[in-house]
Design a binder for this molecule. Structure first.
Ligand SMILES: [Zn+2]
Length: 318
């Protein structure tokens, strides 16, 4: 059963909002686009594994998709955490096209792709670190020591995996997505002793869910001048900013498209990029609305949560 479902990461939503609202020649666009591509590939790798993990029996595991747990002053993040009474299984999703050679002696993966040779961190080492962190996390919360196993699954059918050193651990821990359920089955057969009674599994499951902390905004990393963020409603057909509101609709002067609710995305962009709160005055300015009444009506229709008294009222996402 899926206890925690993945949501679209905030970083992706922020990158997309930035690319909508920075001028076409803005110097930061290239680095934002690159960040977005990497994040989207990672997300796709995880989504592609869903199909295989859904093949498991509903009652086999409590499944957590993309869980992020506190560890001292930092956090550790796991693509899939599968919990049962006898075992915890960590699954790391990788979406990486090209020829990948695993070198566990020097803890690196060499990737050849588009005639370029690059080095990446050994994913086995990466998940082993997560396993140690999770062990400590469980110990700190007085849960009994339960076997923690892990698998790294490559979802991209275009990846060619190579194990030139014939390393046993690589064969054991790394697989293509198609083999994932069989690998999971192997580990289930290896760890059959019940360590946690059903009641304890439920308790741990609840605690994991409660401890999950979503990733915060990374906007500050780009050091963008807020004045560079373009205001206005964007046309969803052609990308033109701003659309103008009259006759109860948004109109694009560029392509002629109309929309009733195109402002909703603009306001979400405002929350991501400028401030988590907006006043009616700012709402009117950001959307280039001709009257305060129109702003007040649209704020009301969006069902935003309000804060503060009549004079200093602001709205936020509920
Ligand atoms: Zn348009």
């Amino acid at each position: 059963m899926i206890v925690k479902r993945r949501t679209i990461p905030l970083r992706i939503l922020i990158d997309e909002a930035l690319l909508r609202r920075l001028p076409p020649n803005h110097p930061k666009r290239a680095v934002i686009l690159q960040d977005l591509m990497i994040r989207r590939a990672g997300l796709k790798g995880e989504q592609d594994l869903d199909y295989y993990i859904n093949l498991l029996h509903e009652n086999d595991f409590h499944i957590f998709q993309n869980i992020r747990l506190p560890f001292g002053k930092t956090y550790f993040q796991i693509d899939f955490l599968l919990l049962s009474s006898s075992l915890i299984l960590l699954i790391e999703a990788k979406n990486m096209p090209g020829i990948l050679e695993f070198d566990t002696r020097l803890n690196q993966v060499l990737r050849t792709h588009n005639d370029k040779l690059e080095s990446y961190e050994d994913p086995i080492l990466q998940v082993k670190r997560q396993r140690e962190q999770l062990k400590r996390w469980l110990k700190d919360r007085n849960f009994p020591s339960i076997p923690i196993e892990f698998i790294v699954a490559y979802s991209n059918s275009a990846s060619i995996l190579k194990n030139p050193g014939n390393d046993r651990e690589v064969y054991e821990r790394i697989c293509k997505a198609g083999k994932l359920v069989f690998k999971i089955e192997e580990y289930r057969n290896k760890c059959k002793n019940e360590i946690l009674p059903e009641k304890e599994v439920k308790k741990l499951s609840k605690q994991l869910l409660k401890s999950h902390e979503p990733e915060g905004s990374h906007l500050h990393l780009f050091s963008i001048d807020p004045a560079d963020i373009l205001p206005g409603v964007q046309c969803q057909s052609c990308g033109h900013i701003p659309m103008l509101r009259y006759s109860a609709r948004w109109h694009c002067a560029y392509c002629g498209s109309t929309s009733k609710d195109a402002h909703e995305q603009a306001i979400r962009d405002y929350f991501f990029l400028i401030s988590p709160y907006i006043s009616t005055k700012k709402f009117k300015e950001f959307l280039f609305l001709p009257t305060r009444k129109m702003a007040a009506d649209l704020v009301l229709k969006m069902g935003l949560q309000s804060k503060g008294g009549k004079r200093n009222r602001v709205y936020t996402l509920s």
